[in-house]
Write a protein that binds this ligand. Structure first.
Ligand SMILES: [Zn+2]
Ligand SMILES: [Zn+2]
Length: 282
């Protein structure tokens, strides 16, 4: 079923839709038939086409038409003001294989049959248009439970349904890992052949790591690591590991401090991609 423009704009009534675009756009692109043609486009150069003038677009934009404002913002210097541009609008699934989530739609905009811009389309979950539009608003608060749940869902989707992705398997843990069962009171664990999954934190190690494991602090770390002394990156990784329902985290703190060069070698060997590593945070 092809949605109406009213649905996609997210307003409950056609009357409200009119308020967001000018009269020309309401009876043109955003009329049922025209919008259906744009929505149903499949090829790159396909869609609903119409002619207008830049004067008309400018006037409507200044009166608050959001679509005409988008056209104006997409106009480049090569389009002279006197042009009678042909606007072509198409909406179709993204051809970019790297786009997430899979199937995300893009709005394609062409001026005079020349591709001009593409825009990813997204909406909030409780918008009526969410039945048709796959992608959701970008989450800007990275430490919120919502963001963590989304990451968890994506990870499970990969593990359960991606045929070609390698699956994590229980295997020997690295020599030392952090037990994240209690994010406020993590402990260092000498694994001694323990088999389980773990999360690996991958990040650039700065010049000084005052809280790396040494012979002096090893015994106290085995009882409890003072989370207040940890860098924020490590604290976040501990919280995330726990939120994912996993227990063990491998990161630089777990490595015995020798020299920086030796530690880097140890880290790169361990991080070379083992199947027992469940997730890599970076
Ligand atoms: Zn308009
Ligand atoms: Zn996958």
């Amino acid at each position: 079923m092809v949605p109406t423009s009213a649905t996609l704009i997210g307003n409950a009534t056609e009357r409200q839709t009119i308020a967001t675009v000018c009269q020309t756009c309401t009876t043109g692109l955003f009329s049922r038939d025209s919008f259906s043609k744009a929505w149903s486009s499949r090829s790159l150069y396909d869609g609903f086409s119409y002619h207008t003038t830049w004067e008309q677009i400018c006037a409507s934009s200044s009166q608050g038409c959001s679509w005409c404002s988008l056209l104006l913002a997409s106009k480049d210097d090569t389009m002279v003001r006197e042009d009678l541009p042909q606007i072509t609008v198409g909406i179709s699934p993204s051809r970019n294989k790297g786009a997430t989530p899979y199937g995300v739609q893009v709005l394609k905009l062409m001026f005079n049959n020349i591709p001009n811009s593409t825009f990813y389309i997204y909406t909030i979950a409780n918008n009526p248009a969410s039945d048709y539009i796959i992608a959701r608003d970008i989450l800007l608060k990275v430490s919120s439970p919502t963001t963590c749940n989304l990451a968890f869902e994506c990870m499970n989707e990969c593990i359960l349904h991606h045929k070609h992705c390698p699956k994590p398997q229980h295997g020997d843990l690295p020599t030392r890992v952090i037990d994240c069962s209690d994010p406020k009171g993590p402990t260092l664990v000498i694994t001694g052949g323990l088999k389980d999954l773990y999360v690996a934190l991958s990040y650039v190690w700065g010049e000084s790591q005052p809280n790396c494991t040494t012979t002096q602090n090893l015994s106290s770390y085995l009882k409890k690591i003072n989370a207040d002394l940890l860098p924020q990156t490590t604290k976040d990784a501990i919280t995330t590991t726990c939120a994912y329902g996993l227990r063990y985290l491998w990161e630089i703190l777990s490595v015995f401090y020798r020299t920086r060069a030796q530690t880097r070698i140890a880290r790169s060997r361990r991080c070379a991609g083992s199947s027992e590593m469940h997730t890599s945070l970076s």
